[in-house]
Design a protein around this ligand. Sequence first.
Ligand code: SF4
Length: 371
Amino acid sequence: MQILRETKLEGLKLARKIGRERVLEVLSEKRLIGRGGAGFSVAKKWEIALGVKAKERYVICNADEGEPGTFKDKFILKNNSETMIEGLLIAAYVLGAKRCFIYLRGEYDYLRGELEEKVREVLKESKMKVSIEIVRGAGAYICGEETAILQSMMGNRGNAMYKPPRPTVSGLWGKPTVLNNVETLTCVPQALVYEDWNPDYRLFSISGDVSHPGVYEWELGIKMSTILEVVKPKEKLKAMSFGCFGGIMPVKKNLSISQDTLCKNDCQHGAFSIIFIGERHNVVDICLSIAKFYTYESCGKCTPCREGTIRLVNLLKKIKNRDADEGDVKLLKEFAEHIQETSLCGLGQSCGNHILTSLKHFRKDYREYIK
Ligand code: SF4
C-alpha cells in the first residue's frame, strides 16, 4: 500500500534542503489535496497561513475521525504514525510553527500511549525544536469540524463557528492555524520522497453486509465490480451509503468511483467510507438510524439543525410505523432541504443528504411503509 510506505525522516531532510517555497511547489505539482472530505489543496492552505503576518502559527493534525463507517485514520495511526508525525514536522518547518498538536478522537484514546512514544522518537531523531502535544477529544462528532476543534482546544464548548475568518487566517488563540487530517499529513513526506507517488490513490473504509470489511487502498476510477470481487457481498446488495453524510444510492456494478460519477447520483465520496446494505433492509430504516445519529450529535447552536433533526427522526419513525401518508413524505423532503439550506455548519448542511438521495433512488422502500 502506498500509504504504508515509510519515509524515515527523508521527507523532512529533503524539505529543509530545498526550502519552504519549493516544498509548496512540489506539493502543488504532485496535486496533494486534503483527505478529510473537502479536498482543498494542501499547498494552497499552507500558503494562506504563511501569508498572514503573525508572530506564531500552529499546526494541528485532525485525528478526530468520527464519521460512521470511517476508520482509515485509525489504520494509519496504528500502522504508520511515524510518517504522519513527519508530515506534521514538515508543515511546522514550512509554516515556522513551534507548537503542533494532534487532536485525537476520544474513542481512540487507547492508541495514545503508543502515539506519544512515536512522537518522542521522531522528535528526538529530527532534532527539531518544536513541541507536539496530543489533545484528547471528548467524543463529539462535531469536533471533527475545524472551527469546533479549535473551540474545544481553547477550553470552550466544541461548537462550530461562522467562517470567515478561516482558521488559516485566525485560528487557535487568534493565530494562523493549519489543520490537516491524518491521511493528508502522512501523504506529505511520501509525496516529497517518492517519485512515483500517485495522488489518485485513496484509502477506502469498507463495512456493512460484506464478508471482507476493512481498509483498502484503490485508485480513483475503480469499478464497483472490482470492489465487490474483493469485499465479497454476504447477500444480494441493495444500496451503498457513503458514511452518514455522503448520501445513499443503489449498488451499480459498472459505476466507477470518482467525484464526478458520484455527483451524478447526488452523492459525495467524503472520506471514502462505503457501507454496503443488503436486500433484506428497508432504506427508510437506514435513514432513521442516520437521522438519530444527527439528532444526538447536533451541538444545538442553531435552530434549524437542533430542532429540525428531531423533526426528521419523528417523521421517519411515523413512516416506519406505517402511520404516514404521502403528505408526510413530502414534508420530510421539505424539512431536509430547509435544514440543509439554513444550518450553520457541515453537520446540519449534510444531515438531509440520506433522506434526499433515498427519496430519489429508493422511493419503493417508502411506498412499502406508507398508507
Ligand atoms: S448545524 Fe448543527 S452542529 Fe452545526 S452549529 Fe448548527 S446546531 Fe451545531
